[in-house]
Write a protein that binds this ligand. Structure first.
Ligand code: C2O
Ligand code: CU
Length: 516
């Protein structure tokens, strides 16, 4: 396994378990502030509530192609391998319908909210205009039940994206769908494309994501009893984060990887007992677009018997890198090219650090043979697994060299007991927004001060890691730091947050505002 030189060695020491490291809490004063907040704003606890009114209609410029789409968000019953679950989804399908356009197109997407709750859509990773970003209270009013809302924006950059609500823990229902922005200048040196959407599933299995969050908070106990250090996952069913069902994974980089025990994991909305079957001819070159739409699960992805050449990370070109398997955090996307062998192969997404619920699997079929077992364990899983932040950027994807004009610190903080997550000393709504001036190169010194891994996500921009690698979502291992640079070229109020949706909803978010 590749080890990340920026990860501090202490995280893997057996003598320093998560139980006796006292780090990452908010500090006494901030904890008291969190506990004292008992009047959540409408829709979202701690959310600053501004009102916006209906968005002013826009039209495409003469040179732009118009791409129109209507989505209906509604309750639905789905059959997941013989088990019926009730959930919420777009157009009643899982994943929701693909939204596809070409870079530079003007998108007009109407959302008909037939859910029994407020919602919004966030276009994850798209560098769009602020008013279409889908954050209630920050960029728009929540879309109330029984109403419609029209999103209009230009999608400037090609890549693999997805969309989901930015309200509560709705992402952990069935409300997610892929979004592809094609590159008009790309040759497309492959025979076919497969979109592979990963998810962790619990909704409608006797509980809901809202109940899961309530239970996490209740199990964490009151803020006064836990202090800062008790990051104890004992109540989550005896997770053994080091071994994956007896299989050696080398040194796991991610520490405590998740909070929620999921009954199953899906690829393209299908459980292992009724897997998606992807068919092609032997020798064909396939472009995989892998999207992690899970709320609480980092996956290790592999196609048994194959090498994958990673070409893009979060939509941005990288130096093509051949791997047997790679990690993908919540909100990340990776594109890979693979040349298919002859036969039947398991496409496996194995949840990192979770010992129940099995794995997600799809079947790749180019010839005859029986389907792989639901618990197929391709050898690639126990070989080297790529950590995406170690990819090198393609020359074309680098930010131009420039010294930062301003620097800010961003601390990721929190604990399981009490279940409190925040940034820069407090939960969202009580922490100070980061600010930047239009035109600046901003450096954010981000530090994960906790013993869990968090996928750090930025809206409306992409950032560059010190290597120059462009990302909008990056996995930060326990105690890991990254200096991330962005060009402030998209004015507005944006979110930076953990893409573990339970952490985000508990407060692990902060605003990035353009100062005038
Ligand atoms: Cu996909 Cu603010 O997130
Ligand atoms: Cu997190």
């Amino acid at each position: 396994m590749a080890t990340d030189p920026t990860v501090k060695g202490t995280m893997t020491s057996p003598l320093l378990s998560r139980r006796n490291i006292l780090l990452g809490g908010f500090g006494i004063a901030a904890t008291a502030t969190v506990a004292a907040c008992t009047t959540p704003a409408p829709g979202k606890a701690g959310m600053p509530s501004r009102t916006f009114g209906a968005p002013a209609p826009l039209s495409p410029s003469p040179s732009q192609r118009l791409v129109e789409k209507t989505l209906v968000a509604k309750p639905v019953s789905l059959d997941l391998g013989g088990r019926t679950v009730s959930t919420w989804a777009y157009d009643g399908t899982l994943p929701g319908p693909l939204v596809r356009a070409t870079a530079g197109d003007f998108l007009r997407v109407s959302l008909d909210n037939q859910l029994p709750a407020d919602t919004t859509i966030h276009w994850h990773g798209i560098r769009l205009r602020n008013a279409a970003d889908g954050v209630p209270g920050l960029t728009q009013d929540p879309i109330s039940s029984g109403t419609k809302y029209v999103y209009e924006f230009t999608a400037p950059d090609p890549g693999t994206y997805f969309f989901h609500p930015h309200v509560g823990v709705q992402l952990d229902r069935g409300l997610y769908a892929p979004m592809i922005i094609d590159d008009p200048n790309e040759a497309g040196d492959y025979d076919a494309e497969w979109i592979v959407v990963l998810d962790d599933w619990i909704d409608g299995t006797g509980t809901t994501p809202d109940d899961v969050l309530k239970k996490l908070i209740a199990d964490g106990g009151p803020a006064s009893s836990g202090g800062m250090g008790g990051m104890d996952h004992g109540s989550m069913g005896g997770m053994d984060h080091g071994s994956m069902g007896g299989m050696s994974m080398g040194t796991p980089p991610w520490g405590d990887a998740g909070d929620v025990t999921y009954p199953f994991f899906l690829i393209n909305g299908k459980p292992p007992t009724d897997p998606d079957v992807l068919t092609a001819k032997p020798g064909q070159r396939i472009r995989l677009r892998v999207i992690n739409a899970a709320s609480d699960t980092i996956f290790t992805v592999t196609l048994g018997g194959h090498r994958l050449t990673i070409t893009h990370s979060d939509g941005h070109a990288v130096e093509p890198t051949e791997v047997g398997a790679f990690y993908i955090g919540m909100g990340e996307r990776y594109d890979a090219i693979v040349t298919l062998g002859d036969g039947v192969f398991p496409l496996v997404a194995r949840p990192f650090g979770k010992t129940s619920g099995g794995q997600a699997i799809a079947v790749v079929r180019t010839g005859s043979g029986s389907a792989p077992a639901v618990d197929a364990a391709p050898a690639e899983l126990s070989g080297q697994v790529l950590i995406g932040s170690q990819l090198r950027p393609a020359e074309s994807a680098k930010l131009p060299d420039r010294a930062p004009d301003a620097t800010v610190d961003l601390a990721l903080q929190g604990s399981m007991k009490p279940y409190q997550w925040g940034m820069n000393g407090a939960k969202f709504g009580e922490n100070e927004p980061l600010t930047v001036k239009a035109g600046q190169r901003l450096r954010i010194n981000a530090t994960n001060q906790t013993m869990m891994t968090h996928p750090l996500h930025l809206h409306g921009h992409t950032f560059a890691l010190p290597s120059g690698l462009r990302k909008d979502t990056v996995l930060m291992a326990p105690m890991q730091s990254f200096a991330i640079d962005l060009d402030a070229d998209n004015a507005g109020d944006w979110m930076i947050h953990c893409h573990n949706i339970y952490h985000a909803e508990a407060g692990m978010m902060i605003a990035l505002e353009y100062a005038t």
